[in-house]
Design a protein around this ligand. Sequence first.
Ligand code: SF4
Ligand code: SF4
Length: 333
Amino acid sequence: MSLDSYRHDMEGCSRCSSCKWIPLAQIRSQRWSQVCPSIWYNDFHAYSGSGKLNVALSILDGRTDFDESAADIFYACTMCGGCDVGCKVYRNDIDPTEVFHEARARAVELGHARLDHLALVENMRSENNVFGLPRGNRADWSAGTDLLDANAEQVDILFHVGCRLSYDETQHADLLAAVEILQATGQRVGTSGTAEACCGQRAYECGFDSELHNFGDDMVNRVRTSGASMVAVACADCFGAFNYLYPRNGKELGVPVRHISEIAAEAVREGTLTGTFSNTTPAGVTDHDVDGDTAGAEATGQQARHHQQRRTRAGRHLPRPVPPGPTGRGLRG
Ligand code: SF4
Ligand code: SF4
């Protein structure tokens, strides 16, 4: 897709401002009335969801130069999707964040990428991780485990660890627990070791689509080489990249990608993972599931036509509910 492909979204904005404010009937206080952190912080219409659609249309129509200051408007967005949810109150055929992403990709093409984004992408290109830490240290966390080398041996489950978990020592105890859970399934579990690379999502979010393609090709090849029938991930970003961004960009891993929390929940249900589990948690739990309950529902009318046309950022095109938290649903907070 390109920015030009989203003219309908830009022209379809009705200026209803649902991308700025939660529904009027639900406003209880000024403090909790706003939707968009971008306009809240920058205090100018162009930074809202609607405003960015206006700016993008103005660029398309040649009324605004796509210079660095225009690019900054799109980079000032957290891509939280709040506007997308609000927009769906009245419109189900506008995908604001898709437009914002394409604007970022255009900004990169025009040489307006931010310096900090360029540094991040350079880290990924040189060391295969977002931090720029030595690629040779990526698998240090797994020293002492009996994980298989999925580059040289056939495995059933390829455990893709991800950049953050690989290099953040505070996460390593949890990683080792994840390995125990995977091995409790009785299947052959392996990793790509130091050959594992970033999923590419961070670069894609900054508008560097080609990086997603490069890292995607690498991942597809490693999955095929490993013979795995499933990819397990412990990182939410990787889960989203493999299940949503990859297919959307023509990268099919060809096997299911499941989060460790799903696998753990299933193992507990089936009795292959046993232990002492508490039924209560002292923490409040927010299940951010704007689409999960409805994604599997049959779409009708205009919505159905829209779904056929696009694979959307929020995953509404997915044939099954996005699994936001199978273990979270079991928690009583
Ligand atoms: S995605 Fe961007 S424009 Fe939309 S609500 Fe979030 S910060 Fe605002
Ligand atoms: S919610 Fe959607 S249609 Fe309404 S003003 Fe915002 S972008 Fe436009």
